[in-house]
Each structure stands twice: as C-alpha cells, then as structure tokens.
Design a protein around this ligand. Structure first.
Ligand code: UDP
Length: 247
C-alpha cells in the first residue's frame, strides 16, 4: 500500500493567528480520513504527519525577543506537540485511530518515537503523528518531515502551506507577476533561495532523492487530493496540484 508523509505548517493550525483554530484542524482531520479510510471506493493510503509549531513559538523569534535560543527552540517543539494532540483529537472523533509519537519523552500524553512501531501502526490503518520535531534545537520541522519520510520509507512528502498554493519565484502576495512553478529541482530551490523550506531540509531531500509536493491547505479537498495523488496529484481540471520538487 502507498505510504506518504503530510507536513502541516504551524500557521495552518492557528488559521494565521496564535493558538489553534479548531475548525481548520477538524477539516484537515476529515480530509486525512478520506485518504486513510475512503468512503468512495478509492484505495486507502498509509499516512504519517509532521506538524509545525509556528502558531505558538519559533525559537529564532523568541531569541530576538531576549530568550535563550535553546530554550526558545524547546518551547517551539512543545508547540508542535499541542498541534499533534489537537490533530489526534479530531482524527479520533472521525473514528481514525491515531498515535502521537514524540521526539521528547512525555509518557502521559504521547508515545516515544519508535520507528518500527510507527510503521506497524500505519500498516494497521492508524495515522501516526510525529511531535516535538527532532527533539533538538536548531532544527526545523521541515527537516524533520524529510527525515521521518525517509525513515518511514514514504514515497513522497506532501508539504501543506498556509496562505500560498505552490512555489513561486517571488512572493505572490506582493508581486502580481510572480511566476508559479509546476515543478522544480532542489538545486534550483537552493541556488535561487526560493521560499520552499530551509536549506538543511532541501539538502537532506536532495541527497536522499525523495520528492515533495508543495500545495495550499486553504482550499477544501486539497489534503485528500495530495494524499491520494502523491507526487502525481492533480487539481480537478487536471493541472498539477501545487509544485513538485525533485532531485
Ligand atoms: N524546533 C526545534 N527543533 C526541531 C523542530 C522544531 O528547535 O527539530 C523549534 C524551532 O524553534 C521552530 C519551532 O520549533 O521554530 C516550530 O517549528 P517550525 O518553525 O518548523 O514550524 P512551522 O514553521 O512549520 O510552523
């Protein structure tokens, strides 16, 4: 069975502000369910998820405000756990058994990260949500998404973004002439410093040859489309969904 990793930006959980927008998380959970337990006869997909935490804290921003960077990064990692618990709650409300595994031990609320168990859970049709990033400061959840996808042997990474539907050569919010990429290489993203994800994540994906589809979370149905289509996911009109980034 196909297996994919979904990366959800922290911003998407907050609906653009601090905290959790439960309507958004509920909708994303319903869309994940449609891929894991399809009601329309499609083939089910094995899904694991890495959440961002930027809707709560980012260590870099906290350090600019005077906090120690390491402590700020740990606060950021804890934010990803709150998002993971929210997603678990709404997935379970939909009847999808969900396990949260964290890179920092917190036995009362989540399991430790145990890769082989995560794979077994997905084989049983459970969704596995990875929280607390890599458990180490100075990493991003994008880098963790690539690492987990590689370790879970996922066919691709599906990078859901808030407020943008693909990769552009400049910010489409400020430049109406911004060009949208249907596909591009990791090398181009690195050389042109495109705002896809940080250089460490791009480099890890390039070195290990895993493809990634960047798509917008704002459009209802996109999560299901991305999970079902993976690297060949398309819009209703047949156009590629967002941007495919590859080696
Ligand atoms: N973080 C970290 N190590 C990790 C993952 C995350 O230190 O392995 C911290 C870091 O401060 C980061 C914050 O957690 O800014 C939230 O994660 P991220 O910024 O990647 O979330 P997103 O941008 O996707 O919302």
């Amino acid at each position: 069975m196909r297996r994919v990793l979904l990366k959800l930006s922290g911003e998407s959980f907050g609906g653009g502000s601090v905290g959790i927008d439960t309507d958004v998380v509920k909708r994303i959970a319903q869309e994940i369910k449609e891929a894991v337990r399809p009601t329309d006869g499609s083939s089910p997909v094995q899904v694991c998820v890495v959440n961002g935490g930027g809707n709560f804290f980012r260590g870099e921003e906290l350090s600019k405000a005077g906090l120690d960077r390491n402590r700020g990064d740990y606060m950021g990692m804890l934010g990803t756990v709150m998002n993971s618990l929210a997603l678990q709650e709404f997935l379970e409300q939909e009847g999808v058994v969900t396990r949260v595994q964290t890179a920092i031990s917190m036995g009362q609320i989540a399991e430790n990260y145990i890769p082989l168990k995560a794979i077994r859970d997905m084989e049983k049709g459970r969704v596995v949500v990875f929280g607390a990033g890599a458990g180490m400061p100075y990493f991003s959840t994008d880098t963790v998404a690539i690492q987990r996808a590689l370790e879970m042997n996922c066919e691709c990474v599906l990078m859901g973004k808030n407020g943008v539907d693909a990769v552009y050569d400049s910010d489409p919010a400020t430049n109406p002439q911004a060009k949208k990429f249907e596909e591009l290489t990791y090398t181009k993203a690195l050389v042109d410093n495109l705002k896809v994800m940080d250089a460490a994540a791009l480099s890890l994906a390039r070195t290990n040859d895993i493809s990634m589809r960047v798509f917008g979370l704002d459009v209802v149905g996109n999560v299901t489309k991305a999970l079902r289509g993976g690297s060949v996911a398309v819009e209703e009109n047949g156009d590629p969904l967002g941007t495919l980034v590859h080696v």
